[in-house]
Design a protein around this ligand. Structure first.
Ligand code: LLP
Length: 439
């Protein structure tokens, strides 16, 4: 077992994912290829559903934060499992709509929704808008009135918390681009503004403090601030608030050095403190919404690459170059995110080479990891990166006109393509000029 039970090594010394030989999968689908173990995704969804209801009460609902991985199949799975979803763009809404995801279980996020985005969401019957700012509130209000409806909303509130995670994925601080801070009085002002809008049905509040957080403490701190704010608004303005969305952010183990977060224990601890806080503050327990993204899909994923060159620069470093890189996974380039990598066809051998894993882009920052211990590879070997199910497929680009890899789902020993590999024709298909030069 490597990090998680669905990663293993078979009798041939090959890495397996969900029981399937990755060397055979690389041959069948080509590389780079993103793999996702569906049983692991479903198990995580069920864990969140069970724990949310058991500890917060029957009305609680976990939403899959689909920015972590967006494709039609993941929405179908989330719908089947009974999850809600958090969509953050009209593109995500469009795909959810096309697969028939129940609109009442969709929460529409984003710090800069355009008038057109709001119109699209209203037209498809999106259940809840998580409103970020006053301009958005006014636009939504006007559009709801013109349709003769009321928009169900939560207001995004900034609790002013430092969750001790990477700066780029920390979102709860008072100076965040998201939401309205309590500290400056802007949160209270937007509540009063919302209450004065007859086309707006204010149900409660949302906060999200950051991502890849391993400790329950910052969530409890956020819950304390949010419950106190709910109580304050109820007592001061007589508002009846029914819902509290505590966001996502639970950490995932990418390397042996990182801890394993106990999802159930963390949810139980947060729930106990929310219940106690509501009692202390004299308000009814709200319906609680959670928004896990990474912890639903990250561990289920692995990505396979083919090794091209193994370059040793004596006295300096060793480079192992692969046929992917920052276009299919920009996370190391962006955040220095740590990963576990191994040579899939030599998985039972000793990891004896310390190497930098380089991508194929014309850019020296195009790396997938540094100081990685690998089984000494040769050209043609398969390099596997583990725990790539979140924020990889969804963050991929076509930099250097590199087509994006496919997404292959694995379930009960069977694999299937759920997102096909892009082709060069796909890349050219966006160009509107005739590709044949005319003089
Ligand atoms: N809810 C809201 C409002 C969010 O902004 C996010 C993530 C989530 C839920 C889900 O958080 P999770 O459970 O996945 O931690 N691209 C970065 C992560 C950015 C997270 C953005 N917001 C990465 O690759 O690490």
């Amino acid at each position: 077992m490597l990090l998680y039970p669905h990663f293993d090594i078979n009798d041939q010394g090959h890495l397996t994912v969900g029981g399937l030989d990755t060397v055979a999968l690389a041959k069948e689908y080509g590389t780079p290829v993103n793999l996702l173990d569906e049983n692991v995704v479903r198990a995580q969804m069920r864990l969140y559903l069970r724990c949310a209801k058991q500890y917060f009460g029957e009305s609680a609902l976990p939403l899959f934060a689909s920015k972590a991985l967006c494709c039609a199949e993941i929405y179908r799975i989330a719908a089947e499992e009974g999850m809600g979803i958090d969509c953050v763009s009209p593109g995500e809404l469009y795909i959810a709509d096309r697969v028939g995801f129940p609109a009442s279980r969709i929460y529409f996020h984003g710090n800069n929704k355009t008038d057109a985005d709001l119109a699209q969401a209203l037209d498809m019957g999106v259940g809840t808008f998580v409103v970020d700012n006053v301009e958005e509130l006014d636009s939504l209000h006007a559009q709801a009135l013109s349709r003769g409806t009321r928009a169900r909303i939560l207001l995004r509130i900034t609790p002013g918390i430092d969750p001790h995670t990477h700066k780029a994925i920390s979102t709860g601080g008072v100076d965040s681009k998201f939401g309205s801070p309590i500290m400056t009085g802007q949160a209270e002002a937007i509540v009063l503004h919302a209450l004065a809008c007859e086309g707006i049905d204010l149900q409660g509040f949302h906060c999200h403090i950051g991502s890849q957080i391993f400790d329950a403490e910052p969530f409890i701190e956020a819950a304390q601030i949010m419950v106190a704010f709910m109580a304050d608004m109820t007592h001061k303005h007589g508002v009846r608030l029914h819902e509290l969305n505590l966001g996502g952010g639970l950490g995932v183990r990418y390397t042996e050095k990182q801890p394993t977060l106990d999802v159930e224990g963390t949810i139980r601890t947060i729930a106990e403190s929310v219940k106690a806080l509501c009692a202390q503050n004299g308000i009814a327990m709200p319906r609680v919404i959670l928004e896990p993204g990474r912890s639903i899909v990250a561990a289920a994923g692995a990505t396979l690459y083919t090794v091209g060159s193994v370059k040793r620069i004596p006295g300096f470093k060793n480079y192992v170059s692969v046929d992917g890189g920052m276009p299919d996974n920009p996370r190391y380039a962006l955040y220095g995110s740590p990963y576990t990598a191994l040579i899939a066809n030599k998985a039972d051998r000793c990891a004896d080479l310390c190497a930098t894993i380089a991508g194929r882009c014309c850019e020296s920052g195009d790396l997938l990891g540094e100081n990685m211990m690998l089984q000494t590879p040769a050209r043609g070997d398969i390099l596997a990166m583990l725990v790539t199910g979140a924020y990889q497929h969804s963050m991929a680009s076509n930099y250097n006109k590199i087509p994006r890899p496919p997404l292959v789902m694995i379930k009960d020993g069977v694999s299937r393509v759920v997102v096909r590999r892009e082709t060069y024709e796909d890349l050219l298909s966006y160009d509107v000029t005739d590709p044949v030069f005319t003089r």
